[in-house]
Design a protein. Sequence first.
Length: 197
Amino acid sequence: MRTTLIAAVTALALCSMTTHATDYDESTDGDLSGDRFNPTSLVFTEGVNTITNTSILNDLDYLTVTVPVDTQLGAITLTGFESVDDLAFIAIQEGPTFTTSAEAPDITALLGWAHIGPGADGVPVGGDLLTALGTSPQAIGFTGPLDAGVYTFWIQQASGVSSTHTFEFVVTSTIPVPGALALCAAAGIRTRRRRTH
Protein backbone atom coordinates (compact mmCIF):
# COMPACT_ATOMS: atom_id res chain seq x y z
CA MET A 1 0.00 0.00 0.00
CA ARG A 2 2.74 2.46 0.98
CA THR A 3 4.65 1.87 -2.29
CA THR A 4 1.51 2.42 -4.39
CA LEU A 5 0.65 5.61 -2.52
CA ILE A 6 4.18 6.99 -2.95
CA ALA A 7 4.05 6.18 -6.68
CA ALA A 8 0.68 7.94 -7.02
CA VAL A 9 1.88 11.05 -5.20
CA THR A 10 5.06 11.14 -7.31
CA ALA A 11 3.05 10.82 -10.53
CA LEU A 12 0.73 13.65 -9.51
CA ALA A 13 3.69 15.84 -8.61
CA LEU A 14 5.25 15.20 -12.01
CA CYS A 15 1.97 16.06 -13.74
CA SER A 16 1.62 19.33 -11.88
CA MET A 17 5.16 20.53 -12.60
CA THR A 18 5.37 23.35 -15.12
CA THR A 19 8.23 23.68 -17.54
CA HIS A 20 9.71 26.86 -18.90
CA ALA A 21 8.52 27.35 -22.47
CA THR A 22 8.60 30.53 -24.62
CA ASP A 23 10.57 33.50 -23.29
CA TYR A 24 10.21 36.78 -25.22
CA ASP A 25 11.79 39.99 -23.95
CA GLU A 26 11.42 43.14 -26.05
CA SER A 27 14.75 44.49 -24.79
CA THR A 28 16.63 41.57 -26.40
CA ASP A 29 14.21 40.00 -28.91
CA GLY A 30 12.95 43.15 -30.61
CA ASP A 31 10.00 45.49 -30.30
CA LEU A 32 6.54 43.97 -30.36
CA SER A 33 4.59 45.10 -33.41
CA GLY A 34 2.68 48.37 -33.27
CA ASP A 35 0.50 47.26 -36.20
CA ARG A 36 -2.77 45.68 -35.08
CA PHE A 37 -3.19 44.08 -38.51
CA ASN A 38 0.28 42.50 -38.36
CA PRO A 39 1.03 41.64 -34.71
CA THR A 40 4.17 39.89 -33.52
CA SER A 41 3.29 36.20 -33.59
CA LEU A 42 4.39 33.52 -31.11
CA VAL A 43 3.42 29.88 -30.72
CA PHE A 44 3.21 28.99 -27.05
CA THR A 45 4.25 25.59 -25.77
CA GLU A 46 3.16 23.70 -22.69
CA GLY A 47 4.59 25.28 -19.56
CA VAL A 48 5.25 28.88 -18.53
CA ASN A 49 5.56 31.30 -21.46
CA THR A 50 7.08 34.59 -20.31
CA ILE A 51 6.57 37.87 -22.18
CA THR A 52 8.37 41.05 -21.11
CA ASN A 53 6.89 44.12 -22.74
CA THR A 54 8.66 47.49 -22.68
CA SER A 55 6.56 50.52 -23.63
CA ILE A 56 8.11 53.85 -24.55
CA LEU A 57 6.23 57.07 -25.40
CA ASN A 58 2.68 55.71 -25.68
CA ASP A 59 3.86 52.65 -27.58
CA LEU A 60 1.11 50.35 -28.86
CA ASP A 61 2.09 46.67 -28.71
CA TYR A 62 0.20 43.86 -30.43
CA LEU A 63 1.00 40.20 -29.85
CA THR A 64 -0.69 37.18 -31.41
CA VAL A 65 -0.28 33.91 -29.54
CA THR A 66 -1.19 30.42 -30.64
CA VAL A 67 -2.32 28.02 -27.93
CA PRO A 68 -1.65 24.60 -29.52
CA VAL A 69 -4.13 21.78 -30.02
CA ASP A 70 -4.63 19.61 -26.90
CA THR A 71 -3.60 22.46 -24.60
CA GLN A 72 -5.30 25.40 -22.91
CA LEU A 73 -4.26 28.78 -21.58
CA GLY A 74 -4.89 28.16 -17.90
CA ALA A 75 -3.44 31.29 -16.30
CA ILE A 76 -1.98 34.71 -17.03
CA THR A 77 -0.11 36.31 -14.16
CA LEU A 78 1.40 39.78 -14.07
CA THR A 79 4.83 39.08 -12.55
CA GLY A 80 6.48 42.47 -13.07
CA PHE A 81 5.42 46.11 -13.40
CA GLU A 82 7.89 49.00 -13.54
CA SER A 83 6.63 52.50 -14.32
CA VAL A 84 6.07 55.90 -12.74
CA ASP A 85 2.46 55.59 -13.96
CA ASP A 86 0.58 53.10 -11.79
CA LEU A 87 -1.80 51.78 -14.49
CA ALA A 88 -1.42 50.19 -17.91
CA PHE A 89 -3.94 48.50 -20.21
CA ILE A 90 -4.24 45.06 -21.79
CA ALA A 91 -6.98 43.63 -24.00
CA ILE A 92 -7.60 40.37 -25.84
CA GLN A 93 -9.50 39.30 -28.96
CA GLU A 94 -9.85 35.95 -30.66
CA GLY A 95 -8.08 35.66 -34.00
CA PRO A 96 -4.79 36.72 -35.63
CA THR A 97 -5.39 40.50 -35.71
CA PHE A 98 -6.87 43.16 -33.47
CA THR A 99 -10.04 44.42 -35.12
CA THR A 100 -10.71 47.52 -33.03
CA SER A 101 -8.45 50.58 -33.07
CA ALA A 102 -6.76 52.22 -30.09
CA GLU A 103 -8.10 55.60 -31.26
CA ALA A 104 -11.76 54.50 -31.12
CA PRO A 105 -11.93 51.14 -29.34
CA ASP A 106 -15.14 49.14 -29.38
CA ILE A 107 -15.15 47.46 -25.96
CA THR A 108 -18.01 45.15 -26.99
CA ALA A 109 -15.74 43.62 -29.66
CA LEU A 110 -13.11 42.65 -27.08
CA LEU A 111 -12.98 39.18 -25.57
CA GLY A 112 -11.76 40.99 -22.46
CA TRP A 113 -9.72 43.91 -21.12
CA ALA A 114 -8.09 44.95 -17.85
CA HIS A 115 -6.02 47.63 -16.20
CA ILE A 116 -2.77 46.35 -14.73
CA GLY A 117 -0.47 47.78 -12.10
CA PRO A 118 -0.61 49.05 -8.53
CA GLY A 119 -3.31 51.66 -9.23
CA ALA A 120 -6.68 51.32 -7.49
CA ASP A 121 -8.37 49.60 -10.45
CA GLY A 122 -5.39 47.56 -11.63
CA VAL A 123 -4.53 43.88 -11.41
CA PRO A 124 -1.46 43.96 -9.12
CA VAL A 125 1.79 42.06 -9.54
CA GLY A 126 1.00 38.43 -8.73
CA GLY A 127 -2.65 38.94 -9.64
CA ASP A 128 -4.91 36.69 -11.72
CA LEU A 129 -5.07 38.50 -15.05
CA LEU A 130 -7.03 35.76 -16.85
CA THR A 131 -10.03 36.17 -14.53
CA ALA A 132 -9.86 39.97 -14.79
CA LEU A 133 -9.90 39.75 -18.61
CA GLY A 134 -12.80 37.27 -18.59
CA THR A 135 -15.01 39.40 -16.33
CA SER A 136 -14.37 42.88 -17.74
CA PRO A 137 -17.44 45.14 -18.13
CA GLN A 138 -19.13 45.32 -21.56
CA ALA A 139 -16.67 42.88 -23.19
CA ILE A 140 -17.67 39.48 -24.59
CA GLY A 141 -16.11 37.72 -21.59
CA PHE A 142 -15.24 34.12 -20.80
CA THR A 143 -14.95 31.77 -17.85
CA GLY A 144 -11.99 29.60 -16.94
CA PRO A 145 -9.12 28.57 -19.21
CA LEU A 146 -9.01 29.60 -22.86
CA ASP A 147 -9.18 26.73 -25.32
CA ALA A 148 -6.59 25.99 -27.98
CA GLY A 149 -6.68 28.67 -30.66
CA VAL A 150 -5.27 32.01 -31.76
CA TYR A 151 -5.58 35.13 -29.58
CA THR A 152 -4.28 38.66 -30.03
CA PHE A 153 -3.32 40.99 -27.18
CA TRP A 154 -3.09 44.78 -27.16
CA ILE A 155 -0.80 46.17 -24.43
CA GLN A 156 -0.33 49.87 -23.74
CA GLN A 157 0.93 52.23 -21.05
CA ALA A 158 -1.56 54.95 -21.90
CA SER A 159 0.19 57.88 -20.21
CA GLY A 160 3.13 57.72 -22.60
CA VAL A 161 5.79 57.12 -19.95
CA SER A 162 8.36 54.34 -20.16
CA SER A 163 7.30 51.10 -18.55
CA THR A 164 8.10 47.41 -18.38
CA HIS A 165 5.49 44.68 -17.83
CA THR A 166 6.19 40.97 -17.44
CA PHE A 167 3.51 38.34 -17.96
CA GLU A 168 3.53 34.59 -17.38
CA PHE A 169 1.15 32.70 -19.68
CA VAL A 170 0.67 29.17 -18.34
CA VAL A 171 -0.25 26.59 -20.97
CA THR A 172 -1.36 23.17 -19.77
CA SER A 173 -2.19 19.92 -21.54
CA THR A 174 -5.81 18.86 -21.88
CA ILE A 175 -4.78 15.22 -22.42
CA PRO A 176 -4.65 13.14 -19.22
CA VAL A 177 -1.32 11.42 -18.58
CA PRO A 178 -2.14 7.67 -18.70
CA GLY A 179 0.58 6.59 -16.26
CA ALA A 180 -0.47 9.05 -13.59
CA LEU A 181 -4.15 8.21 -14.03
CA ALA A 182 -3.42 4.50 -13.77
CA LEU A 183 -1.41 5.01 -10.60
CA CYS A 184 -4.13 7.22 -9.11
CA ALA A 185 -6.79 4.69 -10.02
CA ALA A 186 -4.74 1.87 -8.55
CA ALA A 187 -4.20 3.82 -5.34
CA GLY A 188 -7.93 4.56 -5.12
CA ILE A 189 -8.97 0.95 -5.73
CA ARG A 190 -6.47 -0.33 -3.20
CA THR A 191 -7.68 2.16 -0.59
CA ARG A 192 -11.30 1.20 -1.22
CA ARG A 193 -10.54 -2.52 -0.88
CA ARG A 194 -8.76 -1.92 2.38
CA ARG A 195 -11.74 -0.03 3.80
CA THR A 196 -14.25 -2.73 2.81
CA HIS A 197 -12.29 -5.62 4.36
